[in-house]
Design a binder for this molecule. Structure first.
Ligand SMILES: N=CN[C@@H](CCC(=O)O)C(=O)O
Ligand SMILES: [Zn+2]
Length: 398
Protein backbone atom coordinates (compact mmCIF):
# COMPACT_ATOMS: atom_id res chain seq x y z
CA UNK A 1 0.00 0.00 0.00
CA UNK A 2 1.45 3.41 -0.97
CA UNK A 3 0.49 6.86 0.25
CA UNK A 4 1.30 10.19 -1.41
CA UNK A 5 1.44 13.24 0.87
CA UNK A 6 1.44 16.19 -1.47
CA UNK A 7 1.03 19.97 -1.57
CA UNK A 8 3.58 20.28 1.28
CA UNK A 9 4.45 23.93 1.90
CA UNK A 10 7.72 23.18 3.65
CA UNK A 11 9.39 19.77 3.89
CA UNK A 12 12.20 19.11 6.35
CA UNK A 13 14.10 16.09 5.04
CA UNK A 14 17.32 16.18 7.13
CA UNK A 15 19.04 14.92 4.00
CA UNK A 16 22.76 15.44 4.49
CA UNK A 17 23.39 14.89 0.78
CA UNK A 18 21.35 17.98 -0.13
CA UNK A 19 22.88 20.01 2.71
CA UNK A 20 19.73 19.62 4.82
CA UNK A 21 17.87 21.97 2.43
CA UNK A 22 14.16 22.32 3.14
CA UNK A 23 11.94 21.73 0.11
CA UNK A 24 8.89 23.77 -0.90
CA UNK A 25 5.87 22.64 -2.95
CA UNK A 26 7.02 19.14 -2.12
CA UNK A 27 5.64 15.63 -1.80
CA UNK A 28 6.65 12.32 -0.19
CA UNK A 29 5.54 8.79 -0.93
CA UNK A 30 5.25 6.18 1.81
CA UNK A 31 5.39 2.57 0.62
CA UNK A 32 4.49 0.17 3.42
CA UNK A 33 6.77 1.02 6.34
CA UNK A 34 9.30 2.96 4.29
CA UNK A 35 9.86 6.30 2.55
CA UNK A 36 9.86 5.47 -1.15
CA UNK A 37 10.09 8.86 -2.86
CA UNK A 38 10.79 12.53 -1.93
CA UNK A 39 10.69 15.49 -4.30
CA UNK A 40 8.71 18.21 -5.97
CA UNK A 41 4.91 17.87 -5.87
CA UNK A 42 4.75 18.50 -9.61
CA UNK A 43 6.80 15.35 -10.28
CA UNK A 44 5.28 13.06 -7.68
CA UNK A 45 4.37 9.54 -8.81
CA UNK A 46 0.87 8.12 -8.39
CA UNK A 47 0.05 6.18 -5.21
CA UNK A 48 -2.82 4.11 -3.82
CA UNK A 49 -3.88 6.92 -1.47
CA UNK A 50 -3.35 10.64 -1.34
CA UNK A 51 -3.27 13.21 1.48
CA UNK A 52 -3.34 16.92 0.68
CA UNK A 53 -1.13 18.82 3.13
CA UNK A 54 -2.83 22.14 2.20
CA UNK A 55 0.52 23.92 2.02
CA UNK A 56 1.43 22.95 5.58
CA UNK A 57 4.78 21.82 6.96
CA UNK A 58 5.90 18.18 7.06
CA UNK A 59 8.80 16.93 9.18
CA UNK A 60 10.23 13.62 10.33
CA UNK A 61 8.49 12.35 13.48
CA UNK A 62 10.23 13.42 16.68
CA UNK A 63 12.92 11.08 17.99
CA UNK A 64 12.76 11.32 21.78
CA UNK A 65 16.11 9.82 22.76
CA UNK A 66 15.87 10.24 26.55
CA UNK A 67 12.88 9.32 28.72
CA UNK A 68 12.14 7.37 31.93
CA UNK A 69 8.60 6.09 31.37
CA UNK A 70 8.54 2.91 33.48
CA UNK A 71 7.38 4.14 36.86
CA UNK A 72 4.53 4.38 39.31
CA UNK A 73 3.53 7.09 41.76
CA UNK A 74 3.59 10.84 41.79
CA UNK A 75 6.10 13.50 42.86
CA UNK A 76 3.84 16.57 42.99
CA UNK A 77 4.88 17.26 46.60
CA UNK A 78 8.55 17.31 45.63
CA UNK A 79 7.75 19.62 42.70
CA UNK A 80 5.85 21.96 45.01
CA UNK A 81 8.76 21.96 47.45
CA UNK A 82 11.01 22.95 44.55
CA UNK A 83 8.68 25.82 43.70
CA UNK A 84 9.09 26.93 47.31
CA UNK A 85 12.88 26.98 46.89
CA UNK A 86 14.10 23.47 47.78
CA UNK A 87 16.75 22.34 45.26
CA UNK A 88 16.38 19.13 43.25
CA UNK A 89 18.50 16.24 44.59
CA UNK A 90 19.02 12.70 43.28
CA UNK A 91 17.50 11.27 46.48
CA UNK A 92 13.96 11.92 45.23
CA UNK A 93 14.42 8.98 42.87
CA UNK A 94 13.90 6.64 45.86
CA UNK A 95 10.28 7.79 46.20
CA UNK A 96 9.58 6.55 42.68
CA UNK A 97 11.59 3.37 43.29
CA UNK A 98 9.33 2.46 46.23
CA UNK A 99 6.15 3.13 44.23
CA UNK A 100 7.43 1.26 41.19
CA UNK A 101 8.39 -1.83 43.18
CA UNK A 102 4.93 -1.86 44.79
CA UNK A 103 3.09 -1.58 41.45
CA UNK A 104 1.70 -4.53 39.50
CA UNK A 105 2.77 -5.24 35.93
CA UNK A 106 -0.64 -4.05 34.77
CA UNK A 107 -0.27 -0.73 36.59
CA UNK A 108 3.15 -0.14 35.05
CA UNK A 109 1.86 -1.16 31.62
CA UNK A 110 -1.07 1.25 31.91
CA UNK A 111 1.18 4.21 32.76
CA UNK A 112 3.59 3.32 29.99
CA UNK A 113 0.75 3.01 27.48
CA UNK A 114 -0.65 6.40 28.52
CA UNK A 115 2.73 8.12 28.22
CA UNK A 116 3.55 6.50 24.88
CA UNK A 117 0.12 7.50 23.54
CA UNK A 118 0.64 11.10 24.70
CA UNK A 119 4.05 11.20 23.04
CA UNK A 120 2.78 9.73 19.77
CA UNK A 121 -0.15 12.16 19.66
CA UNK A 122 2.44 14.95 19.92
CA UNK A 123 4.37 13.71 16.88
CA UNK A 124 6.94 11.45 18.55
CA UNK A 125 7.57 8.32 16.48
CA UNK A 126 10.73 6.95 18.13
CA UNK A 127 10.99 6.61 21.91
CA UNK A 128 13.92 5.56 24.03
CA UNK A 129 13.11 4.76 27.63
CA UNK A 130 15.24 3.80 30.60
CA UNK A 131 14.87 1.44 33.51
CA UNK A 132 16.13 2.80 36.83
CA UNK A 133 13.15 2.80 39.18
CA UNK A 134 13.36 -0.89 40.07
CA UNK A 135 16.95 -1.28 41.23
CA UNK A 136 16.83 -4.97 42.14
CA UNK A 137 17.56 -7.73 39.64
CA UNK A 138 13.88 -8.70 39.50
CA UNK A 139 12.49 -5.15 39.37
CA UNK A 140 14.94 -3.89 36.75
CA UNK A 141 14.30 -6.96 34.60
CA UNK A 142 10.57 -6.37 34.86
CA UNK A 143 10.98 -2.69 33.91
CA UNK A 144 13.14 -3.58 30.89
CA UNK A 145 10.73 -6.31 29.78
CA UNK A 146 7.64 -4.08 30.03
CA UNK A 147 9.40 -1.20 28.27
CA UNK A 148 10.49 -3.49 25.43
CA UNK A 149 6.82 -4.36 24.82
CA UNK A 150 6.05 -0.78 23.72
CA UNK A 151 9.19 1.18 22.79
CA UNK A 152 11.99 0.38 20.40
CA UNK A 153 14.96 1.49 22.50
CA UNK A 154 15.35 0.34 26.08
CA UNK A 155 18.33 1.52 28.13
CA UNK A 156 19.44 -0.07 31.42
CA UNK A 157 19.85 2.58 34.11
CA UNK A 158 20.56 0.34 37.10
CA UNK A 159 23.16 2.93 38.10
CA UNK A 160 20.50 5.57 38.78
CA UNK A 161 20.97 5.85 42.53
CA UNK A 162 21.96 3.42 45.30
CA UNK A 163 18.56 2.39 46.67
CA UNK A 164 17.78 3.11 50.30
CA UNK A 165 18.88 0.36 52.66
CA UNK A 166 21.28 -1.23 50.15
CA UNK A 167 25.03 -1.63 50.57
CA UNK A 168 26.79 0.52 47.98
CA UNK A 169 29.46 -1.99 46.99
CA UNK A 170 27.03 -4.89 46.80
CA UNK A 171 24.71 -2.79 44.63
CA UNK A 172 27.44 -1.80 42.19
CA UNK A 173 28.61 -5.39 41.98
CA UNK A 174 25.07 -6.38 41.03
CA UNK A 175 24.57 -3.52 38.52
CA UNK A 176 27.81 -4.40 36.72
CA UNK A 177 27.16 -8.16 36.88
CA UNK A 178 23.97 -10.14 37.54
CA UNK A 179 21.56 -7.22 37.07
CA UNK A 180 23.09 -6.27 33.73
CA UNK A 181 23.07 -9.90 32.59
CA UNK A 182 19.40 -10.26 33.56
CA UNK A 183 18.22 -7.19 31.62
CA UNK A 184 20.51 -7.86 28.63
CA UNK A 185 17.86 -9.55 26.42
CA UNK A 186 15.63 -6.45 26.57
CA UNK A 187 18.10 -3.57 26.22
CA UNK A 188 20.31 -1.97 23.61
CA UNK A 189 22.34 0.39 25.80
CA UNK A 190 23.47 1.15 29.35
CA UNK A 191 23.29 4.52 31.14
CA UNK A 192 24.76 5.83 34.41
CA UNK A 193 23.87 8.88 36.51
CA UNK A 194 27.30 10.44 37.12
CA UNK A 195 26.57 13.13 39.71
CA UNK A 196 27.10 13.92 43.36
CA UNK A 197 24.37 12.06 45.23
CA UNK A 198 24.42 9.34 42.56
CA UNK A 199 27.68 7.79 41.19
CA UNK A 200 31.22 9.20 41.24
CA UNK A 201 33.84 8.97 38.49
CA UNK A 202 35.32 5.62 39.57
CA UNK A 203 31.85 4.05 39.92
CA UNK A 204 30.79 5.47 36.56
CA UNK A 205 33.86 3.89 34.98
CA UNK A 206 32.94 0.52 36.45
CA UNK A 207 29.48 0.72 34.88
CA UNK A 208 30.79 1.87 31.50
CA UNK A 209 33.46 -0.85 31.50
CA UNK A 210 30.93 -3.58 32.31
CA UNK A 211 28.63 -2.35 29.53
CA UNK A 212 31.42 -2.11 27.01
CA UNK A 213 32.75 -5.56 27.82
CA UNK A 214 29.32 -6.98 26.95
CA UNK A 215 29.14 -5.00 23.70
CA UNK A 216 26.50 -2.48 24.79
CA UNK A 217 26.48 1.14 23.68
CA UNK A 218 26.50 3.63 26.56
CA UNK A 219 24.97 6.94 27.60
CA UNK A 220 25.88 9.10 30.59
CA UNK A 221 23.68 11.44 32.65
CA UNK A 222 26.28 14.11 33.34
CA UNK A 223 26.91 17.68 34.47
CA UNK A 224 23.27 18.13 35.51
CA UNK A 225 23.54 19.48 39.05
CA UNK A 226 27.06 20.87 38.94
CA UNK A 227 30.43 20.60 37.22
CA UNK A 228 31.74 17.05 37.20
CA UNK A 229 33.43 14.22 35.31
CA UNK A 230 30.39 13.07 33.27
CA UNK A 231 31.33 14.64 29.93
CA UNK A 232 34.99 13.64 30.21
CA UNK A 233 34.09 10.01 30.91
CA UNK A 234 31.42 9.83 28.19
CA UNK A 235 33.98 11.02 25.66
CA UNK A 236 36.72 8.74 27.00
CA UNK A 237 34.46 5.69 26.81
CA UNK A 238 32.98 6.61 23.41
CA UNK A 239 29.43 6.91 24.75
CA UNK A 240 26.71 7.60 22.19
CA UNK A 241 25.57 10.60 24.23
CA UNK A 242 26.03 12.59 27.39
CA UNK A 243 22.80 14.11 28.61
CA UNK A 244 21.71 17.17 30.70
CA UNK A 245 24.84 19.39 30.51
CA UNK A 246 23.76 22.40 32.56
CA UNK A 247 27.30 22.90 33.87
CA UNK A 248 30.04 22.73 31.23
CA UNK A 249 33.66 23.89 31.41
CA UNK A 250 35.57 25.04 28.32
CA UNK A 251 37.37 21.66 28.44
CA UNK A 252 34.07 19.79 28.40
CA UNK A 253 32.87 21.64 25.30
CA UNK A 254 36.24 21.16 23.59
CA UNK A 255 36.29 17.44 24.43
CA UNK A 256 32.83 16.94 22.93
CA UNK A 257 33.69 19.00 19.85
CA UNK A 258 36.85 16.95 19.25
CA UNK A 259 34.73 13.81 18.89
CA UNK A 260 32.99 15.35 15.85
CA UNK A 261 36.14 16.28 13.93
CA UNK A 262 36.72 14.23 10.78
CA UNK A 263 40.00 12.84 12.19
CA UNK A 264 38.26 11.39 15.28
CA UNK A 265 38.61 7.59 15.07
CA UNK A 266 35.12 6.66 16.28
CA UNK A 267 31.61 8.01 16.16
CA UNK A 268 31.17 11.24 18.14
CA UNK A 269 29.39 11.72 21.46
CA UNK A 270 26.08 13.58 21.11
CA UNK A 271 25.24 16.36 23.57
CA UNK A 272 21.63 15.70 24.59
CA UNK A 273 19.90 18.76 25.97
CA UNK A 274 16.75 18.46 28.09
CA UNK A 275 15.19 21.91 28.42
CA UNK A 276 11.94 20.79 30.04
CA UNK A 277 14.00 19.26 32.84
CA UNK A 278 16.19 22.36 33.22
CA UNK A 279 13.04 24.46 33.63
CA UNK A 280 11.22 22.04 35.97
CA UNK A 281 14.25 21.75 38.25
CA UNK A 282 14.99 25.48 37.99
CA UNK A 283 18.53 24.71 36.92
CA UNK A 284 20.51 26.61 34.27
CA UNK A 285 19.57 25.80 30.68
CA UNK A 286 22.28 23.81 28.92
CA UNK A 287 24.53 26.06 26.78
CA UNK A 288 23.14 24.81 23.48
CA UNK A 289 24.42 27.74 21.43
CA UNK A 290 27.97 27.27 22.73
CA UNK A 291 27.82 23.56 21.90
CA UNK A 292 26.45 24.14 18.41
CA UNK A 293 29.03 26.83 17.66
CA UNK A 294 31.80 24.46 18.75
CA UNK A 295 30.57 21.87 16.23
CA UNK A 296 28.99 19.42 18.67
CA UNK A 297 26.03 17.38 17.39
CA UNK A 298 23.02 18.08 19.62
CA UNK A 299 19.97 15.97 20.43
CA UNK A 300 16.89 17.48 22.02
CA UNK A 301 14.81 15.17 24.21
CA UNK A 302 11.94 15.39 26.70
CA UNK A 303 13.45 13.40 29.62
CA UNK A 304 9.84 12.50 30.46
CA UNK A 305 9.91 11.25 34.08
CA UNK A 306 7.93 11.91 37.28
CA UNK A 307 10.74 13.72 39.12
CA UNK A 308 12.39 16.31 36.91
CA UNK A 309 10.42 16.59 33.68
CA UNK A 310 6.85 15.31 33.60
CA UNK A 311 6.19 16.04 29.95
CA UNK A 312 6.77 14.26 26.66
CA UNK A 313 6.09 17.36 24.58
CA UNK A 314 8.83 17.68 21.99
CA UNK A 315 7.04 20.77 20.61
CA UNK A 316 7.62 22.42 23.99
CA UNK A 317 11.29 21.38 23.96
CA UNK A 318 11.79 22.75 20.44
CA UNK A 319 10.10 26.05 21.33
CA UNK A 320 12.25 26.42 24.46
CA UNK A 321 15.45 25.56 22.60
CA UNK A 322 14.65 28.31 20.10
CA UNK A 323 13.22 30.96 22.42
CA UNK A 324 15.55 30.51 25.38
CA UNK A 325 18.61 28.53 24.34
CA UNK A 326 19.64 30.35 21.21
CA UNK A 327 19.16 27.59 18.63
CA UNK A 328 17.63 28.41 15.26
CA UNK A 329 14.38 26.64 14.36
CA UNK A 330 16.29 24.49 11.90
CA UNK A 331 18.86 23.50 14.53
CA UNK A 332 16.24 22.71 17.15
CA UNK A 333 14.09 20.66 14.76
CA UNK A 334 17.15 18.76 13.53
CA UNK A 335 18.23 18.09 17.14
CA UNK A 336 14.75 16.72 17.95
CA UNK A 337 14.78 14.39 14.93
CA UNK A 338 18.14 13.54 13.36
CA UNK A 339 20.07 14.45 16.54
CA UNK A 340 18.03 11.96 18.55
CA UNK A 341 18.54 9.33 15.84
CA UNK A 342 22.32 9.83 16.00
CA UNK A 343 22.21 9.61 19.82
CA UNK A 344 20.46 6.25 19.46
CA UNK A 345 22.68 5.08 16.60
CA UNK A 346 19.62 4.90 14.36
CA UNK A 347 20.62 7.39 11.69
CA UNK A 348 21.48 4.57 9.26
CA UNK A 349 19.56 1.42 8.39
CA UNK A 350 20.70 -1.92 9.77
CA UNK A 351 18.94 -5.27 9.87
CA UNK A 352 16.03 -4.92 12.30
CA UNK A 353 16.90 -1.28 13.00
CA UNK A 354 15.51 0.96 10.26
CA UNK A 355 16.85 4.47 9.86
CA UNK A 356 14.78 7.17 11.61
CA UNK A 357 14.98 10.96 11.97
CA UNK A 358 15.09 11.78 8.25
CA UNK A 359 12.67 11.79 5.35
CA UNK A 360 14.91 10.17 2.77
CA UNK A 361 14.35 7.13 0.58
CA UNK A 362 14.80 3.94 2.60
CA UNK A 363 14.17 5.50 6.02
CA UNK A 364 11.24 4.35 8.16
CA UNK A 365 8.08 6.21 7.17
CA UNK A 366 7.82 8.33 10.35
CA UNK A 367 6.16 11.58 9.36
CA UNK A 368 4.36 14.45 11.06
CA UNK A 369 2.18 17.03 9.38
CA UNK A 370 1.79 20.34 11.22
CA UNK A 371 -1.20 22.62 11.26
CA UNK A 372 1.13 25.42 10.19
CA UNK A 373 2.89 26.55 7.01
CA UNK A 374 6.39 26.18 8.44
CA UNK A 375 8.29 24.60 11.33
CA UNK A 376 8.99 28.15 12.53
CA UNK A 377 5.45 28.13 13.93
CA UNK A 378 6.62 25.65 16.61
CA UNK A 379 8.42 28.61 18.22
CA UNK A 380 6.26 31.41 16.83
CA UNK A 381 3.08 29.85 18.31
CA UNK A 382 4.45 28.11 21.43
CA UNK A 383 2.02 25.94 23.33
CA UNK A 384 -0.45 25.63 20.46
CA UNK A 385 -1.52 22.14 19.33
CA UNK A 386 0.17 22.13 15.94
CA UNK A 387 0.33 18.35 15.31
CA UNK A 388 -2.28 17.58 12.65
CA UNK A 389 -1.32 14.06 11.51
CA UNK A 390 1.32 11.49 12.43
CA UNK A 391 2.44 8.34 10.59
CA UNK A 392 4.78 5.82 12.21
CA UNK A 393 6.26 3.08 10.02
CA UNK A 394 3.63 4.07 7.46
CA UNK A 395 0.71 3.60 9.88
CA UNK A 396 -1.42 6.64 10.53
CA UNK A 397 -1.57 7.35 14.28
CA UNK A 398 -3.73 10.47 14.12
N1 LIG B 1 18.93 12.73 36.62
C1 LIG B 1 18.62 11.57 36.76
N2 LIG B 1 17.51 10.97 36.39
C2 LIG B 1 16.33 11.64 35.95
C3 LIG B 1 15.49 12.10 37.10
C4 LIG B 1 15.00 11.01 37.87
C5 LIG B 1 14.08 11.41 38.99
O1 LIG B 1 14.29 12.40 39.70
O2 LIG B 1 13.15 10.64 39.18
C6 LIG B 1 16.66 12.78 35.02
O3 LIG B 1 17.24 12.48 33.96
O4 LIG B 1 16.41 13.93 35.30
ZN1 LIG C 1 17.27 11.13 32.53
Amino acid sequence: MSLLITNIGELTTNNEETDYARLHDAAVVLEGETIAWVGSAAQAPAADERVDADGCAVLPGWVDSHTHMVFAGDRTAEFEARLAGKPYAAGGINVTVAATRAATDEQLRATLARLVAEARAGGTTTIETKTGYGLTVADETRSARLAAEVVEEVTFLGAHVVPQGTDREAFLTSVTGPMLDAVAPFISAVDVFCESGAFDAAETERVLTAARSRGFATHVHGNQLGHGPGVRLAVEYGSLSVDHLGFLSEEDVAALAATWRPDHPTRGTVATILPACDLSTRMPLAPARRLADAGVVIALASNCNPGTSYTSSMDFCVATAVLQMGLSVEEAVRAATLGGAIALDRDRSRPGRPRVGALVVGARADVQLLDAPSATHLAYRPGMPLTRSVWRAGQRLR
